[in-house]
Design a binder for this molecule. Structure first.
Ligand code: AMP
Ligand code: ZN
Ligand code: FE
Ligand code: FE
Length: 295
């Protein structure tokens, strides 16, 4: 279905399959109610939410592109302190190699959660695995769920505070997890018929002083096709900077709110306030790039 090129879209959304609070059905309904032109569900390390959305059926008036947000290990030329996430769009949600790789990431999450709870326990904060399971439902458990449990217990006032005091990198309950090397994630995405996009570059801080400007060619060499220019936490200067990088390397420009429902308050699907606006023509270009990739 075609839309006006300026119609709003949201290409970065989490469902209950990972650490979002809306089910795939609720996401499709909300996207329709908000008259978005297109969406992508981009859960952390799982395609379960996409499979469910496709099973339910995409409403006629909405465009949908499959998605995933893969937890990656940053490459040696750009070691990062922040979360290196690679988005994969337009992938086959039944691709065996992709599902196998995601399954190993899911196992590493399962191994990590008890270790985080042990660290909290050592700090005198007791959260049981059963309590954590209540926060997460059937989805992949992430640190935001542990943050939500800490809020529920009254240990902290917000999930942000939980990250600042306990769960963030370098904080006392932080535990690292296995991540897929960037190059492998990009390869898996391409082999599954999709295009790979660097998520929220504004959140990345290289620990060796390298700037994205100087290493982008290396990412492109790995097969990266796009960059998430539009992101709520990007400043106007960030957005201009990442647009220039996209122009220079002829990359796709994408964007989304990183909607997580109640776990990340203050955002609405497709709308992060101010002049944040991801237009339909960016979705259209992404869709066409996926077609090229598979043809
Ligand atoms: P995990 O997949 O368990 O490593 O958790 C990643 C999720 O934690 C992402 O959805 C982020 O939005 C969220 N997150 C990471 N750092 C922070 C932070 N400092 N404050 C709030 N949320 C965060
Ligand atoms: Zn998340
Ligand atoms: Fe992310
Ligand atoms: Fe995300």
């Amino acid at each position: 279905m075609d839309c006006d090129p300026e119609t709003r879209v949201d290409l970065h959304i989490h469902s209950t399959a990972s650490d979002g609070t809306l089910t795939p059905w609720e996401i499709l309904t909300e996207a329709r109610n908000r008259r978005l032109g297109a969406i992508s569900i981009t859960d952390h390390d799982t395609l379960d939410g996409n499979q469910e959305a496709l099973r339910i059926g995409i409403p006629d008036a909405l465009n949908f592109i499959t998605g995933v947000e893969i937890s990656c290990e940053s490459p040696p030329f750009f070691p990062c302190a922040g979360s290196m996430h690679v988005l994969g769009y337009g992938i086959d949600v039944r691709d065996a190699a992709m599902l196998e790789a995601l399954s190993s990431l899911q196992t590493s999450r399962k191994d990590r959660n008890p270790k985080i709870l042990q660290r909290l326990n050592a700090l005198g904060i007791r959260i049981t695995e059963a309590e954590l399971a209540t926060e997460a439902g059937n989805g992949q458990i992430g640190r935001p769920h542990i943050g939500a449990a800490l809020v529920r217990k009254g240990v902290v006032g917000s999930i942000d505070e939980a990250f600042d005091r306990f769960l963030g990198n370098g904080r006392p309950a932080y535990v690292d997890k296995y991540r897929i090397p960037c190059a492998s994630a990009i390869r898996l995405i391409r082999d599954a018929g999709g295009v790979a996009v660097l998520a929220h570059p504004g959140l990345l801080r290289s620990t060796n002083g390298a700037l994205l400007e100087t290493v982008m060619a290396d990412f492109v060499h790995m097969g990266l096709c796009g960059i998430e220019v539009h992101y709520p936490e990007h400043t106007t200067a960030d957005t201009a900077r990442f647009s220039a990088i996209a122009d220079r390397h002829r990359l796709l420009v994408t964007g989304g709110t990183d909607f997580h429902g109640a776990i990340k308050p203050g955002l609405r699907m497709g709308d992060a306030g101010g002049d944040f606006h991801v237009p339909f023509h960016l979705y259209d270009a992404l869709r066409q790039a996926c077609r090229k990739q598979t043809s």
